[in-house]
Structures are given as structure tokens and as C-alpha cells.
Write a protein that binds this ligand. Structure first.
Ligand SMILES: Nc1ncnc2c1ncn2[C@@H]1O[C@H](COP(=O)(O)OP(=O)(O)OP(=O)(O)O)[C@@H](O)[C@H]1O
Ligand SMILES: [Mg+2]
Length: 309
């Protein structure tokens, strides 16, 4: 399973910058998930993968939408990996995780003395991503004034550091993601319409797992394989009852929830056949029975799904 180093800033450039300026400590920069494969063979996922292949080689801004845990970040990484920028940095910023009064400095950097605590010049994420891709997760959480600065980056390819007077030219591809309804945010005045138009050059909507049930066996196989290897167990299959259980669950937490249930089941498993405890699937009882066709149970069957290495 290929994992990818996502920060690949130009070493010469970084070294030069480090001499003069402070940068975000490496632990603040996203290292990528443990596995960057996109698994699944459903029509809905194939449509997404086809969009990824089309848009990746361009420099177009992409807006990835979809419920939590549907793979928005995974898709953003795939776009970067398949782009001409793949040897440069992929920098993630979770806009909801940074305090509102610090987000501008986080994205665009600040000059020494620009606010209390700004003891030295600091580079922002856009400068760290130069030549590469920036992934703005939960972009709907950006405060309005930062939305204006982002719009300028997208339109003019320039920004100023907080407290700075000089415009800095930037060559960074923007991929944004949200699980919020941005149209509704526009209606309530918390998101700029012009920014949505700019971000939405190439929209990709991730389908929820409940609408691509045929991907579940492949995903189960993939996660069991991964988790079993991690904990050093030999698991050959899954009980029919458990697979039926997984197929009939509505998965409000989507693939992340499935991944977590499998990890827990693998840790608990004491035989070669995995079984899933139905009490771990709390919503199951409220759901109607699954009507999907029966599927192979043997985990040794090779993945027939599409993968992006
Ligand atoms: N098709 C897939 N194949 C394999 N793993 C997947 C797939 N889709 C998602 N995952 C895994 O599920 C987890 C959640 O995916 P990801 O973080 O990309 O979701 P997200 O849409 O960004 O979620 P959130 O909105 O909560 O940030 C990750 O561990 C990811 O590797
Ligand atoms: Mg995410």
C-alpha cells in the first residue's frame, strides 16, 4: 500500500527561507493519511475518479463537497499526486481548526510586530505551498475578511502578509472542501457568493457510502487487510452475518465510520473469520433490511475495484 509524503517543498528554497524567516513547525503540516488508495468499483465512484483524471493535470481550482468521511481529502491528494505539481508541496489547512483571528496569518503569514505575539516574520501556508497545492478543508468556516483575501489570491494570484505592505505573487493550486451547504451560507451572509463562483470552477461531489453499497465488500477487504497486517493477525474472511450487517447499515459517518468499525473488529477478532458486533452499529436497528444482492465472502479474492496508487 503506497503512502505518500505530502510535504515536498523545494529544499533549496526552504533552506534559503529558513535562514531569514520562521516557518510553521513540521508537525503542523499535514503528513497524509496512512493509505492513499481510493477503493471502490461503484458507478458513483467511477464518475468521481473520471473527474479526478480530467482535472488533475490542469491548474483549475477544485471544490470537493460531500458528507463527512466520504473521502474529500483523499480525492484532493489524488488530484495533487496526478498533477504536474506532484513533486512539490501539498499543504493542508483545516479552516475550522484555526482560531478566527489567526487564520489570515496562518494562510498568508505575518510581518514581525504586526500584532501582539508576532515576534518575528512568519511564512504562511500559501508561501509554504509555492509551486504546489494548498488544500483548504472546511472552507465554509473562513471569516468574511479572509474570504476577501482568498478571492484576491484566486483572481490576482497575489496576497500580502498580515502587517505587510508588499504584494507577494503566488503560484499555488487551490483545492477546497466543505461538508456545508455553501448556498445556504450565502443566504445567511456568512459566505461570499463571488468566492463560491471562484472556488466552484470544477466541482466534485462525493457520494455518501449508503448510495454506493456495492463498494462495501471491497472497502471491508481493503481495511481488514490493512488493519490485520498492522496488528499482525491472519484474517481470511468475514462471517456472512457480519457482511450483511455492514451492507445494511446506513453509515452516517461514511467510509471513516466503516474503517473504524473494521479496525475495532480486527483488534477484537480471535479467529480467522472476522465478525462485527452489531451493538457497534448504533443506527442499525432503525433501518429497513438491505435488498442488495449477495456478495462473495472470501477476503482472499482480489480487489476488483479501481485504485489510484
Ligand atoms: N474510497 C476510499 N477508499 C479507501 N479509503 C477511503 C476511501 N474514502 C475514504 N477513505 C478513508 O476514509 C477516511 C476518511 O476520508 P477523508 O478524510 O478523505 O474524508 P473527508 O470527506 O475529508 O471527511 P471530513 O469531512 O470528516 O473531513 C480516511 O481514512 C480515508 O483514507
Ligand atoms: Mg476532511
Amino acid at each position: 500500500m503506497a503512502s505518500v509524503a505530502v510535504i515536498m517543498a523545494d529544499p533549496k528554497q526552504s533552506e534559503e527561507r529558513l535562514k531569514h524567516e520562521s516557518v510553521a513547525p513540521p508537525e503542523e503540516i499535514d503528513k497524509g493519511s496512512m493509505c492513499d488508495e481510493i477503493v471502490g468499483s461503484s458507478g458513483a465512484l467511477q464518475k468521481v475518479l473520471s473527474l479526478v483524471s480530467k482535472v488533475a493535470p490542469t491548474d483549475a481550482t477544485v471544490l470537493v463537497t460531500g458528507e463527512t468521511g466520504t473521502g474529500k481529502e483523499l480525492v484532493a491528494r489524488a488530484i495533487h499526486r496526478r498533477s504536474r505539481r506532484s513533486s512539490r508541496a501539498f499543504v493542508c489547512v483545516n479552516c475550522a481548526a484555526v482560531p478566527r483571528d489567526l487564520i489570515a496569518s496562518e494562510l498568508f503569514g505575518h510581518e514581525k510586530g504586526s500584532f501582539t505575539g508576532a515576534l518575528q516574520r512568519r511564512l504562511g501556508r500559501f508561501e509554504l505551498a509555492e509551486g504546489g497545492t494548498i488544500f483548504l478543508d472546511e472552507v465554509g468556516e473562513l471569516p468574511l475578511e479572509t474570504q476577501i483575501a482568498l478571492l484576491r489570491v484566486l483572481q490576482e494570484h497575489e496576497f500580502e502578509r498580515v502587517g505587510g505592505t508588499r504584494s507577494i505573487q503566488t503560484n499555488v493550486r487551490v483545492i477546497a472542501a466543505t461538508n456545508r451547504n455553501l448556498q445556504a451560507a450565502i443566504a445567511t451572509g456568512t459566505f461570499r457568493r463571488d468566492l463560491l463562483y471562484r472556488l466552484n470552477v470544477f466541482p466534485i461531489d462525493m457520494p455518501p457510502l449508503r448510495k454506493r453499497g456495492e463498494d462495501i465488500p471491497l472497502l471491508v477487504e481493503h481495511f481488514v487487510d490493512h488493519c490485520a497486517r498492522k496488528v499482525g493477525k491472519n484474517i481470511k474472511g468475514i462471517t456472512k452475518e457480519s457482511l450483511d450487517l455492514l451492507r445494511s447499515h446506513p453509515w452516517p459517518g461514511n467510509i471513516r465510520e466503516l474503517q473504524n468499525v473494521i479496525e475495532r473488529s480486527v483488534i477484537m477478532c480471535e479467529t480467522e473469520n472476522l465478525s462485527v458486533d452489531k451493538t457497534w452499529l448504533s443506527w442499525l436497528a432503525q433501518q429497513p433490511p438491505a435488498t442488495e444482492p449477495k456478495v462473495p465472502l472470501d477476503l482472499s479474492e482480489k480487489l476488483a475495484g479501481l485504485k489510484i496508487a
